[in-house]
Ligand binder design. Structure first.
Ligand code: PLP
Length: 370
């Protein structure tokens, strides 16, 4: 199967075999050594001296960790949203009683720094900003460095969803001044779902001291205290730590710059290939994501029929649209374990299936993929 969804990504054989390693005492020295290697590898990947906590939960649990450890009920928060995951981050904060002001941008667009600046200037009672680095539902990467600069100038706390970007494209926690940053194992890390990685800056720890949100399982202070003893507060997903240990070693061997370039090349193949078929890209090209390419539904073709044909006749699995974009787009995931050849195979299969399903490319478009 060529699994081309934006996570879970396929896992390398080395990771799969590490997952089958026998259990150890999660309060003993073997696990402490794995935790230490994984945490320090993550700090290098996040480009930070901050603590990076490894939580046993989905990426959404990582977002919840960011919220419950820094905010208090009634606290005023600005949610900058460019799609479904931005909305989810806001919903979590609201669920725990934060007073959320929403600044939403049209699907397919990135957030405009000037609008964020205005929103923060207009309401000095806002304490915190929620931002998505890479919006997986639309295939848009926000200009995080620029946006973070605005948030920093206003002196607000910045919580970042980097679930589908960290480890696949540049994301510099310390240099860009990001306070809490979240990622998830099933994305660029090439590990099965189940671990969330959450970095906390010194400012975020100060917010933790003030924060009045209810929390237990996701208490970052407990995680930090346990980590200092080489443990986690609760029984961790030990096997996933084994997988992460191996995956980080593989990614570092490849080199982070090479990993980022590989993602960029795969994204280029996806974007050029899609256009060569006469299809339309959904995202503003200036902000098109290097981990997921969103394509408008081909004229006259149902997205579910297209996905079914690719799955059944080519062994290729693509993602559909989420929320309001269901049926309007399909998405090609190219993150984690991915090569240009695998993305090229998607384009070649689309070139076969689109005409079979009745799609007629606009005049002037050659039918052969680039
Ligand atoms: N945020 C983004 C940008 C994501 O892409 C995802 C997962 O697709 C999540 C959050 C949520 O992660 P999970 O599905 O692991 O809870």
């Amino acid at each position: 199967m060529n699994l081309r969804i934006p996570g879970p990504t396929p896992c390398p054989p080395e990771v799969l075999s590490a997952l089958g390693t026998q259990m150890v005492d999660h309060r003993g020295p073997e696990f402490a050594a794995v935790l230490e290697r994984v945490s320090s590898g993550l700090k290098r990947a996040f480009r930070t001296e901050n603590d990076v906590l490894v939580m046993t939960c989905a990426g959404t649990g990582g977002l919840e960790t960011a919220v419950v450890n820094t905010l208090s009920p009634g606290e005023r928060v600005l949610s900058v949203s460019i799609g479904e995951f931005g909305k989810r981050f806001a919903a979590i904060a609201e669920t725990y009683g934060a007073a959320v002001t929403r600044l939403e941008f049209e699907h397919g667009q990135a957030a405009a720094a000037t609008r964020v600046d205005e929103a923060l200037a207009n309401d000095p009672s806002l304490t915190t900003v929620l931002l998505t680095h890479n919006e997986t539902s639309t295939g848009v990467t926000n200009p995080l460095r620029e946006l973070a600069g605005v948030v920093r100038r206003h002196g607000k706390l910045l919580l970042v969803d980097a679930v589908s970007s960290m480890g696949s494209m540049p994301c510099e926690v310390d240099a860009w001044g990001l306070d809490v940053v979240v990622s998830g194992s099933q994305k660029g890390w090439m590990v099965p779902p189940g671990l969330a990685f959450v970095s906390f800056s010194p400012r975020a720890w100060q917010a933790y001291e003030r924060s009045q949100m209810p929390r237990f399982y996701l208490d970052a202070g407990k995680a930090r205290e346990s980590a200092a003893k080489g443990q986690t507060p609760w029984t961790p997903a030990v096997s996933l730590f084994y997988g992460m240990d191996v995956a980080l070693e593989m990614l570092e061997r490849e080199g982070w710059e090479s990993v980022f370039l590989r993602h960029q090349r795969c994204a280029d193949v996806a974007r050029q290939g899609v256009r060569s078929l006469g299809l339309e890209l959904f995202a503003d090209p200036r902000f098109a994501s290097n981990t997921v390419t969103t394509v408008r539904a081909p004229q006259g073709v149902s997205v579910s029929d297209l996905r079914k044909a690719l799955r059944e006749r080519h062994g290729i699995v693509l993602a559909g649209g989420q929320g309001p974009m269901t049926g309007k787009v399909f998405r090609i995931g190219h993150l984690g374990l991915v090569s240009e050849a695998e993305v090229q195979a998607v384009i070649a299969a689309l070139a076969v299936e689109l005409p079979r399903l009745g799609f007629v490319a606009p005049v002037g478009v050659s039918r052969s993929p680039a």
